[in-house]
Design a protein around this ligand. Sequence first.
Ligand code: ATP
Ligand code: MG
Length: 500
Amino acid sequence: MVSDNTIAVLLVEDNPADVVLLMELLQESDAECWQVTSVKRLSAALEQLSKTGFDVILLDLSLPDSQGLDTIAQVQAAVPYLPIVVLTGLQDKTIARQAVAQGAQDYLVKAQLSVELLIKTVNYAIERTQILRRLQESENCFRGVFNQTFQFMSLLSSDGVVLDINQTTREVGGFQDEVVINTFIWEAPYWQSSEQSKRWLETAVLRAAQGETIQSELQSCTSDQIPLWLDFSIKPLKNSKGDINLLIAEGRDISKLKRAEAEIRRSLEKEQELSLMKNKFISMISHEFRSPMAIISSAIDLLEDNEISEDDKSKFYQKMRNCIDQTLQLIDEVLLFGRATGRVELEHSPLELEKYCSEIVETFQLTTGREHQIIYVCEGTSVQVGMDPFLLKQIIDNLLSNAIKYSPKSGMIRFTLSLQSNQAIFCIQDWGIGIPQQDQAQLFTAFKRAGNVYKIQGTGLGLAIVKQCVDLLHGKIDVESQEGCGTTFTVTLPLSLAET
Ligand code: ATP
Ligand code: MG
């Protein structure tokens, strides 16, 4: 409106008699003040519209430069929200109705005009357009929120059919309307990775349609099959009569949160496992120390008895010595394990591997006597390398002592050292009791012993120490074994030449 009471009208009519008639009718109205601009052609009308703001346009559809519905389309294109009232002759009612269907607010038959009808029609046209405009703005506002939110949102019918999805679902989820719209929500492609989510949705839709708001954490996936965790809820929407005719479904991506949760759970489990292992370690150690002490104590009791024979005396002394040796070995292994699991500074002493291993084998051969035969073979050229002798000795000692311990008397053990330009491969093979398949995965875990050791003594720390040492030297260890046939441990260590 130009001012409170003034209505600016653009009259587009090429018949001068009709123009006069309309002007006269408008002047007869007392309630409003009309400011009428009259033009004969559509081109002139479009020019006026580009310059001036009008409240309403009275538009004849048969103009010298435009005919029929196209006239409406051109005006709408120029000024989308201008109320249009079509002026028509008696015989043109059909086209006038089509004009209304196309967006004109109303039509007036020129031969049936009266002041009241003209004023009422124009005022209704203006009011309706204003209402439509407010509706459009509210729809735009809703669309903006619906589409711009970071949540995945969809509108559902009360029985769960997807009516609309928002931009986040299209862009982040990667789903196009045609694969989602008009399907039941539990059949939408983003739930296909989880039967549980699909089942939950079916019941949630039923409950939401009864007025409940339902929420749960659901597993979903994007169109690229990237798994997502969603905090998902379905809420009922009521129409003006209070009936639930729509459901709104929204999902917040909580995948990061879920990953962090899983990480915390894992470290907690690890912590519990460690604490369990610590407890087991302590009770194992106490048990291992207690048994030799108990033997020593009862041997002392027996030795205090004066009537004991010289033969028995020396037998008990021997038992006590064995117990002390066993305890000292256990102390060494526990210390070693602690040292290997803690951080150790690597030593890089110049070492000739061929000679070093040969000395270890000799010592072993001396202590095992003739019970086992160790065949030592070195392949490749021996050079001086930089190596931590202590860690290497732990590896070879443990592997050789296992090979001896788990082989029958007079069994053979083969130790092959292959020297290559940048690595050394230590291969220790025996033809002893072997390791059952199911025990092989846990061999390097402290205190894990295979099920077939029976009465063969051991604490289960040796291979855990070996693994720690191999890791510290940045190498790898493999085992091949068959129960009853024998075992081969292969250790590969990277080599660097000794600094001179
Ligand atoms: P210790 O701590 O005194 O060495 P251990 O020999 O029992 O005790 P590991 O050296 O850690 O412990 O070995 C773990 C387990 O692996 C053994 O108990 C045994 O079951 C199996 N094992 C290791 N080496 C061999 C082998 N050469 N032949 C058969 N079984 C083996
Ligand atoms: Mg061992």
